[in-house]
Ligand binder design. Structure first.
Ligand code: NAD
Length: 317
């Protein structure tokens, strides 16, 4: 018999398709997160029902056939979420137990765009790919070549992979939605960024004003902390979000609140704070699940949007 677990999976699958493939969401992120959390709790209570096909076990969505597939060397995973400070503290406690000591942490704004992997070789940008389903992404190199904020040449010759967030500044989003030639307005800057990046014609992407912040150096360069790797990326010419900084555990909640207060004051949308273990050796020690690394968590800000009629419909499925 079709029950609540099946109904939630169906609904989340439909919402993910609209969000990732059509760039036209049918639920707000807050609505999606409430339903997702309900499914996680039901699966936790009924572990026999967990299957690989559940939205809780997957990342993103399969790549579109419009673009050539790119197999990621290291999977581009998701990030687990927490929604209040008690859950955040529980995450730090869990890490401290795993490591046998409290880790040094690093806090960054969670930019509301989409993840991009950039591969360089011989100092030249060779390939840019979206996350896709985490394993296989979409080759968007020609489009990314039109984005000024992405360095095309770097002063480093060996193979190097850089990951970060491609996003549409609020000002560019507002200008885009005023464009009378647009078929339909975009729901938010995240969907507008995804729609602008995943264009068949790079000239359309070029006209949209996309921007990029790097947040991850994948290839092993001589860095022992995340902080050093961001400094190194900055020295190569990558833009780093200016509020990214190390944080002591005792100051973590205060820092999260400070960053929350910045919301609305910046020219880019953020939906939370990403808290990461700063030591790269400690990251290896704690590892990842199939869906998300254990060394990073996203503290989601309280939603700005109202929970709407759609949620009432969704909840009654
Ligand atoms: P996520 O988007 O919550 O978090 C992971 C992503 O955060 C990374 O892939 C990266 O792109 C991004 N990110 C931004 N700043 C970062 C930083 N400083 N460091 C590291 N990563 C950073 O997780 P997800 O798995 O991509 O998607 C799930 C989320 O997507 C849901 O929680 C929901 O908010 C949204 N979603 C919404 C709908 C909808 O219908 N509205 C449908 C599906 C998913």
């Amino acid at each position: 018999m079709r029950d609540r677990i099946d109904a939630l999976r169906e609904l989340l699958d439909r919402a993910s398709y609209a969000y990732y493939v059509l760039d036209s969401p049918v639920l707000t992120d807050a609505e999606y997160d409430v339903l997702y959390r309900e499914l996680v709790d039901l699966e936790r209570a009924n572990p026999g029902r967990i299957t690989d096909a559940s939205p809780t076990q997957r990342v993103g969505a399969p790549p579109s056939r419009l673009f050539a597939p790119v197999t990621h060397t290291d999977p581009m995973l998701s990030i687990d979420n927490v929604f209040d400070t008690a859950e955040l503290e529980a995450w730090v406690d869990r890490l401290a137990r795993l490591l046998g000591e409290t880790p040094d942490l690093f806090a960054e704004l969670k930019i509301d765009g989409l993840a991009l992997s950039l591969r360089y070789e011989g100092g030249v940008l060779l390939q840019a790919a979206t996350r896709g389903d985490g394993r296989i992404g979409e080759d968007v190199t020609a489009n990314v070549y039109t984005v000024d904020a992405v360095p095309k040449r770097i002063a480093y010759q060996d193979p190097l992979e850089v990951r970060g967030e491609i996003y549409l500044p609020r000002s560019a989003f507002e200008a885009l939605n005023r464009d009378p030639t647009l078929k339909a307005p975009f729901a938010n800057p995240r969907n507008a960024a995804a729609g602008s990046l995943r264009q068949k014609d790079p000239r359309v992407t070029a006209s949209r004003g996309l921007a990029f912040f790097a947040y991850q150096l994948e290839s092993p360069v001589l860095c022992s902390t995340h902080e050093e790797s961001l400094d190194y990326l900055a020295s190569l010419g990558f833009r780093i979000e200016p509020h990214a900084s190390p944080v002591l555990r005792e100051n973590l909640l205060e820092r999260v609140q400070e960053l929350d207060r910045l919301r609305g004051k910046l020219d880019y949308e953020t939906d939370g704070v990403v808290i990461k273990v700063n030591s790269l050796a400690q990251r290896v020690q704690v590892g990842s699940t199939s869906r998300a690394p254990r060394w990073v968590i996203a503290y989601k800000f309280a939603p700005e949007e109202q929970v709407t009629r759609l949620l009432a419909i969704a909840i009654s499925v």
